[in-house]
Write a protein that binds this ligand. Structure first.
Ligand code: ADP
Ligand code: SF4
Ligand code: MG
Length: 364
């Protein structure tokens, strides 16, 4: 596969291999919910991989699979070559410690009956031997300072902290067990805009200091562009495009990525000249009954008969990064004043619908 990763060329730290998570039917006799359906990617030491896609496409389910809050229906997740799901024992406990999660909602994810200090230090009870009892108080103070909390507040309960401070507690809790990978599931989307940048900056600083790898799920594509090495675009349980962040943002190959990323202000003349956002029509189909072949076909302006018959595999197709589209190609330039039709391979379907950038937002 031509796609390269952001940092380091050694063996991947984490390998997600054709992972599937189907939830039981919502109603008796109904179909299972295909929340994640055959997702594969690798994560290397110290790199940041973004997962982006509309609400409901399976990002949180994927995050929970990575930290074993869900068991996969099929597939494998390997940490340094060893399967993290199934089995047990102290070895497994140590493996699991390596991947920690920061949740989206700092209000719901902290136990209101525990103090900040107890929450942060909880992992030391589970992973005893990690920090000697005699050292825990000073280590707790260090951790609180590291994430920008006053160690003097350790005996306070979460309800006395602001949203941003609570997220700092959540980050300190994750760091307490010395992970190598932090899965951040929309870590700032529940926070006031004014504190979002502070938490993003904290995560960046921590990565520099501790050499962490991040799986970073985010809604804000400007933040994704700013802080991630690679990006994986997800649609209805599947990855549709994976590549270096700049490459995918500058040159998306999959129609869904092109629509998603057209909502981000871009210096790319192809996007700015074309008049703004690509507006997708139709609803996101239900994950209980996804379209045959390509799951994006019901909203795709390039859909052709083959798209309902064959599932497009995630593959390079002669480009510098993989995408899952039978007709993958860079965004055709919409004709501007004085232009003739764009060149390039013949395309099925028609051009994407666009608005001028001041109308509907294509994505919620
Ligand atoms: N525990 C569950 N039981 C049944 N369906 C679920 C469960 N968790 C998530 N889902 C469904 O799986 C799909 C993906 O959800 P989620 O992973 O939360 O997406 P995202 O984080 O991208 O918004 C959604 O249709 C959601 O309703
Ligand atoms: S052209 Fe076909 S395969 Fe490609 S995204 Fe559209 S529907 Fe899917
Ligand atoms: Mg989510």
């Amino acid at each position: 596969m031509a796609e390269s990763h952001g940092r380091g060329n050694g063996a991947p730290l984490l390998e997600v291999d054709t992972v599937v998570k189907h939830f039981p039917p919502r109603r008796r006799g109904g179909a299972p919910v295909q929340a994640v359906d055959g997702v594969s990617f690798k994560l290397h030491r110290g790199e940041t991989l973004a997962i982006v896609g509309e609400s409901g496409c399976g990002k949180t389910t994927l995050a929970r699979l990575l930290v074993r809050l869900e068991e996969p229906t099929e597939g494998s997740i390997r940490l340094r070559g060893r399967e993290i799901h199934g089995g047990g024992g102290s070895d497994l406990k140590a493996l699991r410690r390596t991947i920690q999660i920061v949740f989206q909602d700092p209000y719901a994810s902290l136990n209101p009956r525990m103090t900040a200090g107890e929450i942060i230090a909880e992992g030391w009870e589970i992973h005893d031997g990690l920090v000697e009892k005699a050292d825990r108080s000073s280590r707790l103070a260090e951790l609180m300072e590291l994430v920008g909390l006053d160690p003097g507040t350790r005996r306070l309960h979460p309800d006395l902290f602001s949203g941003g401070q609570r997220q700092r507690i959540g980050i300190a809790r994750a760091l307490a067990v010395q992970p190598e990978i932090l899965v951040c599931d929309e870590p700032v989307s529940a926070l006031d805009v004014s504190v979002q940048a502070q938490i993003i900056n904290l995560l960046l600083t921590l990565q520099r200091k501790l050499g962490l790898a991040y799986v970073f799920i985010a809604h804000d594509l400007s933040v994704v562009r700013h802080m991630t090495d690679r990006v994986a675009v997800m649609y209805l349980g599947k990855l549709v495009e994976v590549g270096k962040t700049d490459t995918v943002f500058d040159n998306p190959l999959h129609p869904y990525s092109q629509a998603l990323l057209s909502a981000v202000p871009s210096p790319d003349p192809r996007l700015s000249r074309s008049g703004g956002r690509i507006v997708l029509e139709g609803e996101v189909p239900s994950p209980t009954n996804p379209p045959s072949g390509c799951r994006f076909r019901t909203r795709c302006w390039k859909a052709a008969p083959i798209c309902s018959e064959q599932v497009p595999e995630l593959a390079a197709r002669g480009f510098d990064h993989p995408s899952a589209c039978h007709f993958a190609q860079p965004l055709e330039r919409a004709p501007g004043k004085g232009d003739t039709e764009s060149t390039g391979p013949p395309q099925p379907g028609h051009r994407p619908k666009r608005n001028g950038g001041d109308g509907n937002v294509a994505f919620a």
